[in-house]
Ligand binder design. Structure first.
Ligand code: 13P
Ligand code: SF4
Length: 301
C-alpha cells in the first residue's frame, strides 16, 4: 500500500482531519483536508468536528489548535518542528512595558509560545493584524515577537504609538533588497509580492504586501502574468496549482523554512498510525492563552 493510501485509511479509522500550512512540502499540502495561512487554519481548528486534528506545521500552530479545541486530540508529524521566532520575546519586558504605559495593549503575533500568549491581550496573524490593531481602544501597542510585522502595521496605523520587540523570522529576514532588485532586473514586468515578515527595505519595494493567503489571492485575481515572491517557497505550490499559466519567481534561493520542511508524508503516516506526538497544554496555561486567541477570532472576523 502506498503511503498516501495508508494515510487515507488511517484518517478514516481515526476520524482525523489534516491541516497544513502553505510552507510545508508540496506532497504534504496535496494530502491535506485544509491548506491555508495561520489565520484560516486557526479558524478551522476552532470549529472542526473530527476527533483528531493532525497539524502539519510548526509547534505554535499545533499548540494554538489545542488551545482553541481542547476536546480534540491534536497530533503533529514532528514535535521538533518549531518556529524560532515564537520564543523571541521576554516576559520581563512585557511586565516592564505594562508598568510604563497604563493603556498598553500587548499584541502577540500567533507565531509565539503558549506562555507568551498568556501575557498578551490579543493575538494576531499577518492576515488580520492591521484590522485588529485599529479596532483596539488602546493607544500604546507593544507588538511581540516580530519587529518587521510590527513596523509594517505601525506604518498603516499612525494613530497608534508602537513599542517594538526585536524578534524576527530568519527565513524572511534573509530575503535582501539586493535579491529583489536582481529578480526585478531579470523580470522587469513582474510584480513584487511581499510577506510583512520581510525587512522594511524589502517591504518598500513591494507592489503588494500581505499574508501567504493574501499573496496567493492577489496573484490569482491579478491580470498580470509574472510575480516575484518574497516569502517562504512553499506558497509556490498553491500559486502554480491555481495559476498554471502565470510565472512565479522566488526573490532569492534561501527561502526555505527548515522547520516547516521537517514535515514529511512518512511522518504524517507514522503519527496517525501510532497516535504519538500528542500536543498537550497545561489547563491553566490553556485557559489564559485561549483569551487572546478567542479575541483574535472575534476582532479579526
Ligand atoms: P501567515 O500564514 O500568516 O502568512 O504567516 C506566515 C508564517 O510565517 C507562518 O509561519
Ligand atoms: Fe517561523 Fe519563519 Fe518558519 Fe514561519 S517561516 S515558521 S515565522 S521561521
Amino acid at each position: 500500500m502506498s503511503t498516501i493510501d495508508k494515510i487515507k485509511e488511517l484518517k478514516q479509522q481515526r476520524n482525523a482531519v489534516i491541516l497544513a500550512h502553505y510552507y510545508v512540502e508540496d506532497e504534504v499540502q496535496a494530502i491535506a483536508d485544509y491548506v491555508g495561512d495561520s489565520f484560516y487554519l486557526s479558524k478551522i481548528a476552532a470549529k472542526e468536528e473530527a476527533d483528531v486534528i493532525l497539524f502539519c506545521g510548526v509547534s505554535f500552530m499545533g499548540e494554538s489548535a489545542k488551545i482553541l479545541s481542547p476536546q480534540k486530540t491534536v497530533i503533529m508529524p514532528d514535535m521538533q518542528a518549531d518556529c524560532p521566532m515564537a520564543h523571541m520575546a521576554d516576559i520581563k519586558k512585557i511586565q516592564q512595558m505594562r508598568e510604563k504605559y497604563e493603556d498598553l495593549a500587548v499584541v502577540c503575533y500567533i507565531n509565539s509560545t503558549a506562555e507568551l500568549k498568556t501575557y498578551s491581550d490579543v493575538c494576531v496573524t499577518s492576515a488580520n493584524a492591521l484590522k485588529i490593531v485599529k479596532r483596539l481602544p488602546n493607544e500604546h501597542i507593544f507588538f511581540i515577537p516580530d519587529e518587521n510585522l510590527g513596523r509594517y502595521i505601525a506604518s498603516k496605523a499612525p494613530e497608534k504609538q508602537f513599542i517594538f520587540n526585536d524578534g524576527f523570522c530568519h527565513v524572511h529576514a534573509e530575503i535582501a533588497a539586493e535579491h529583489v532588485k536582481k529578480a526585478k532586473e531579470a523580470h522587469p514586468q513582474a510584480l513584487v509580492l511581499v510577506h510583512p515578515e520581510c525587512t522594511p527595505s524589502v517591504v518598500e519595494m513591494a507592489d503588494y504586501i500581505g499574508s501567504t493567503s493574501g499573496i496567493i489571492d492577489f496573484a490569482t485575481s491579478s491580470k498580470e502574468q509574472e510575480f516575484i515572491i518574497c516569502t517562504e517557497s512553499g506558497v509556490l505550490y498553491e500559486l502554480r496549482q491555481k495559476n498554471p499559466h502565470k510565472r512565479f519567481y522566488p526573490a532569492g534561493n534561501q527561502q526555505f523554512c527548515p522547520n516547516m520542511k521537517r514535515i514529511t508524508l512518512d511522518k504524517v503516516a507514522a503519527a496517525l498510525e501510532q497516535m504519538t506526538n500528542v500536543v498537550e497544554v497545561e489547563e491553566e496555561v490553556r485557559i489564559r492563552a485561549n483569551r487572546p486567541l478567542e479575541r483574535m477570532l472575534e476582532l479579526g472576523s
